[in-house]
Write a protein that binds this ligand. Structure first.
Ligand code: PEP
Ligand code: MN
Length: 332
């Protein structure tokens, strides 16, 4: 249940009332709002006289639901806005990992050249094997921040465990929670207290209900800037790395108020399919697209097989504009 308190209820009183209701308490910019389990259908007596409006739900998709806020949430990412009535589809490009200053500068320069606002690259990599490249850590974050300053780009980078969040907040503009970390409550709760927008990726064995509930951890913590990212789920199919769940995307568009970003690179796992899938993603009328691009994919230290080279990315981008137009959107 979501309970909107009267605007005259102050912070101290709101927290007292939250205890009665066994609820999270957040401030939505105009008033305090309490959120407790969807199994609660009635206002506790202690709150009578202090509430303006309340919402009951069938399940724990609450703050993120269209039933609570019908319009897609608007998120400002540097100079770019997504959601709200912007009609924008933001393209995010960059390598899987930061590998060296030369490599990341080459990527940053390409994004700048193509008018792309946001550079992606991981510096803490959640690899499946301990013997694979684990990322450059703090040194990589510093390189990303340098690229932001040199090229005026937003930086999105991944957090692998909660101890890294403070550094990521210091050096990046958007926090990425990876598919393997989607259930990490330490990360989710810490992101709930952060100011930076969060891109939450769907775990590859995660139902849509579990996915949206993970987003609720961040929203109920007080951070209202959450984007959902579909990046492929595991099915019986082995010819592609994962299966991009576009039916799930339709569900999320219909039922949630969170901007949606699609990641065809990790779903496909092979560069040959990424451009076609990217076009399909943009045709879905979503808020963002994140694509892995590397100056020389053959020597990439992670996800080498799926990264587009610079020319492929340039060619792809040209084809995305008319598709976005056809579904009433604009690539930014
Ligand atoms: C990535 O973006 O490089 C990544 C590791 O993605 P995912 O968490 O979706 O596997
Ligand atoms: Mn990757």
């Amino acid at each position: 249940m979501i309970i909107e308190l009267n605007k005259k209820v102050n912070e101290e009183r709101a927290h007292e009332l939250a205890k009665f209701a066994k609820a999270f308490c957040i401030y939505d910019g105009t008033r305090f709002v309490l959120i407790n389990s969807s199994s609660q259908k009635e206002i506790p007596v202690e709150l009578e006289g202090s509430t303006d409006k309340f919402y009951v739900f069938e399940n724990d998709l609450q703050l993120g639901s269209r039933k609570y806020r019908n319009e897609t949430r608007s998120i400002q990412l540097g100079k770019v806005q997504i959601g709200g009535n912007s009609g924008n589809t933001m393209v995010i490009g960059g390598p899987c990992s930061v590998e060296s200053e030369e490599q990341i500068r080459s990527s940053a320069s390409l994004m700048k050249d193509l008018g792309i606002s946001t550079l992606r690259a991981g510096s803490y990599k959640p690899r499946t094997s301990p013997y694979s490249f684990q990322g450059m850590g703090l040194d990589g974050l510093k390189l990303l921040a340098k690229m932001r300053d040199e090229f005026g780009l937003n930086i999105i980078t991944e957090v692998r465990d909660a101890t890294q969040i403070d550094d990521i907040i210091e050096y990046a503009d958007i926090i990425q929670i990876g598919a393997k970390s989607m259930y990490d409550h330490g990360i989710l709760k810490k992101c709930g207290k952060a100011k930076q927008p969060v891109l939450l990726k769907r775990g590859f064995g995660t139902t849509l209900q579990e996915f949206v509930q993970a987003a609720e951890f961040i929203l109920a913590g007080g951070n209202q800037n959450v984007m959902l990212c579909e990046r492929g789920i595991r099915t019986f199919e082995t010819k592609t790395r994962f299966t991009l769940d576009l039916c799930g995307v339709s569900y999320l568009k219909e039922h949630t108020n969170l901007p949606i970003v699609l990641d065809p690179s990790h779903a496909m796992g092979y560069a040959y399919g990424v451009s076609d899938l990217s076009r399909a993603c943009v045709a879905m009328g979503v808020d963002g697209l994140i694509v892995e691009v590397h100056p020389n994919p053959a020597v990439a230290k992670s996800d080498a097989s799926q990264q587009l080279n610079h020319q492929q990315f340039r060619d792809l981008l040209e084809t995305l504009h008319p598709i976005a137009n056809a579904v009433g959107r604009k690539i930014v």
